[in-house]
Design a protein around this ligand. Structure first.
Ligand SMILES: [Zn+2]
Length: 383
């Protein structure tokens, strides 16, 4: 562990900077903040005996070793045939709380512990809430999670089982965010969508893929995307590997959205770098139903720079992908299955060739939504 300097937050709207030496979730101008570029990662700096994301601790913007870990990261990368092409499935579903969120949460919570946070709160449609509730409980931080009344029951149980306070908000997902924003004076708003240290954690996904592929980058990475923390983390991680001279090529990043709620796709199609109004409908991919992402311009810029794009998956293509994944031994929640559906589309239209190395990020476990999976697959088991 060699990182001891205090990291710097920079505001993309007004340019102000702040030392990341106390809990802070936004700029004084109310914009989100970003961490200044990291110093990079060379392969010799990897703590190879550490079977978690902390093998990359030297490249993280933290002041000391982690105070809390549940063994997050270093998830399996397995190869399976997908419609005649070999795909590498990254099983982020095998994290401690069953979703990729634990990467971001673990680094964010360790940062907040370093700078002395008190009580925290967060809003989430499920997986991030479960992750933050779990890590807060494990760290002894008082925590309250705001959830939509429509969140899957299993996810609510997972959140509540950690012993944190759960506040159920009726109305849209945006109403839940606004309720949490309004509580920002009561306790620290530890939002995974706002906190730069959450993206600092998700960047370890880039390091892991590079290391697990034999210190090579794949050609394509498909990621189920709501707010875009994995896309931003991948972009940041590959930036750092490039900075260190470890890589010269970059993978194409594809953000996969449910067509029924596709804010990034709407902006992408409009050729716009900002949020554009769009019609949202319910989707079974509840984990990526983000009506108003915080970092639209940055996510779209990362996708453009990678020469990738946005794929909007129609609702009727999700269940077949879910079924196909299950038969490959990959039991995931409907949100994660959108990435399989997107790969089918990109193979069919020739955007991705079968001989390329393609990573499909499976973001959440099927155990998160077993009842819903049963309904979608027509499995006649009394649950
Ligand atoms: Zn600002």
């Amino acid at each position: 562990m060699t990182t001891t300097a205090i990291a710097t937050y920079r505001c993309p709207a007004c340019g102000r900077t702040f030392p990341a030496d106390r809990p802070r979730w936004c700029c004084d101008c109310r914009s989100h903040l970003n961490l200044a570029p990291g110093r990079g990662l060379a392969r010799g700096e990897i703590a190879v005996g550490e079977a978690s994301l902390w093998r990359y601790a030297g490249a993280l913007s933290l002041r000391g070793p982690p105070r809390i870990s549940l063994g997050e990261g270093w998830t399996p990368l397995v190869r399976r045939d997908w419609q005649g092409a070999e795909a590498c499935f990254k099983l982020e579903s095998q994290m401690p709380t069953g979703s990729f969120k634990d990467r971001g949460t673990a680094v964010m919570i360790n940062h907040l512990l370093e700078v002395g946070v008190g009580a925290i709160h967060e809003d989430s449609s499920g997986n991030a809430g479960a992750s933050i509730a779990t890590y807060a409980a494990a760290s002894g931080i008082p925590c309250c999670i705001y959830v939509p009344a429509t969140a899957p029951p299993g996810k609510l149980v997972q959140i509540a089982a950690s012993g944190v306070e759960v506040r159920v908000i009726t109305g849209t997902r945006q109403a839940v965010s606004e309720a949490a924003l309004a509580a920002a004076g009561e306790s620290f708003y530890a939002s995974h969508n706002w906190q730069p240290h959450f993206i600092e954690g998700t960047k370890t996904l880039a390091f892991e893929l590079w290391e697990q592929l034999g210190f090579r980058v794949p050609d394509n990475i498909l990621v189920p995307t709501g707010y875009g923390s994995n896309i931003l983390g991948l972009d940041r991680g590959f930036d750092e590997l490039e900075l260190s001279g470890e890589i010269t090529a970059r993978p194409r990043l594809f953000a996969v959205q449910a067509a029924n709620c596709a804010a990034l796709a709407a902006a992408w199609v409009a050729g716009n770098d900002r949020f554009v109004p769009f019609a949202a409908a319910p989707t079974i991919a509840d984990g990526i139903a983000a009506p108003k992402p915080v970092r639209v311009a940055e996510v779209l810029s990362a996708l453009r720079r990678s020469k990738g794009g946005v794929v909007a998956v129609p609702e009727e293509e999700i269940a077949p992908a879910l079924a196909a994944l299950g038969r490959l031994g990959l039991f995931v929640e409907p949100t994660a299955a959108t990435a399989g559906a997107a790969l089918t589309r990109l193979l069919r239209d020739g955007t991705i060739r079968p001989d390329q190395t393609t990573v499909v990020v499976l973001t959440g476990s099927g155990l998160k939504a077993a009842e819903r999976v049963g309904e979608l697959l027509g499995i006649g088991v009394r649950l």
